[in-house]
Design a protein around this ligand. Sequence first.
Ligand code: GAP
Length: 445
Amino acid sequence: MAEDKLQKIISFCKRRGFIFAGSDIYGGISSIWDYGPMGVKIKKKIKDIWWGTYVDQREDIVGLDSSIIMHEGVFRASGHLEGFTDLLVDCPQCKRRNRVDKMEKVDDSTSRCPDCNFKIDIKTCKPRKFNLMLKTNMSATEDQPYYGYLRPETAQGIFVNFKNVQDTTHKKIPFGIAQIGKAFRNEVTTGSFIFRMKEFEQMEIEFFTSPTEADAWHAKWIDERFNFYINKLGINKENLRLRPHEKDELAHYAKACTDIEFNFPFGWSELEGIANRTDFDLREHSRVSTKDLSYFDQETKERFMPHVIEPSAGVDRTFFAVLSNAYHEEIVNDKTRIVLKFKPEIAPYRAAILPLLKNRPELVELAKNIFYGIKDKIPAQYDDSAAIGKLYRRQDEIGTPFCVTVDVETLTDRKITIRDRDTMQQDRIDISRIEEFINNKTHLG
Ligand code: GAP
């Protein structure tokens, strides 16, 4: 059932230009996905809303765009070279390679292969450690390789720039550094669409506090980020929940972590993690780089290593959550209507301008004039490439909140029909009122 729902969403995303398999014409490439024309619009809106909320509107957070390829020393200090590993075991029956921590346990020594159900004796099958980092040869000659690493989290770019940013902005603690960017992990578990990819994007804030205020800021950030998904992205509260980590599942750098989970088509899973990373990262980077990253508080005259609260969200998982939350199937006149009920701020377009008859040049001309008149104020699309029923279905499927139809009567009464995506109710209003009508209904403008 869950598999059906996931497959349905994957093929829908391809059919409507949201997401395509990476390197598609060559048969695809495992756990790599591309965003199509509709997908990229939504993805950009998600990033813009996040950046606007935290960097543009807050005084205590500044932005950064650090490089993807980083020095080996960074990952020696962060612990990724040593500890960023999955324990893998091959199934003796179907040969599938499995992550031990993701398999269903039968008893203390055996676990079940998720593909063929074979009971694997973990010890005799000798699980092996597999580092998830992708490294790249940066040397000009093959015989003297020199490796750089593709960052597995954007966070490390922030830690290594902590002093640069603090020295140049003179921000006083508590303050945060925010970054949106690509991260890379050689994930072994595949087949969960854009939930787990080898190349993905993160939106991370490293929020630096004094040691005594870290716990209070952790609680604040959990609250803030949970409400962001509801208020800014329009995700239903029932599809979200908080899950504090057990002590034995915490990452090596974390003292505490709470996940925000979303009810994905395959079940509840992590959308974002909000961790208390203590002073682990700055302390380790100070030690390995031998550059002092401590902070001097001018007011208390105290020097300390800042502690870090990290709300770490995945852009792709947020996209997946926003899309699954919006996806609805309804029966209308005995036919299935697929409609994406996006919040208007997220939808690729807010309005579509459609002539009822494309073989009437005067209708087409008027519809195009209306389109050119509003497109700079309201994100809109013009379409005359099919019959009106089909055009409505297309717009429902990309989540356009309003369709504006120009018919023969419009030529004389200067009124259009405006159709609401969710209720399918149609109103007839004057051309001059389109913008005001949409802005009132969407509370935008
Ligand atoms: N800096 C902390 C960190 O990277 P994480 O829990 O490993 O923590 C944070 O990742 C978020 O990044 C996750 O909650 C998820 O949204 C996203 N993420 C992690 N790995 C991913 C992958 N392979 N594909 C897509 N998104 C991923």
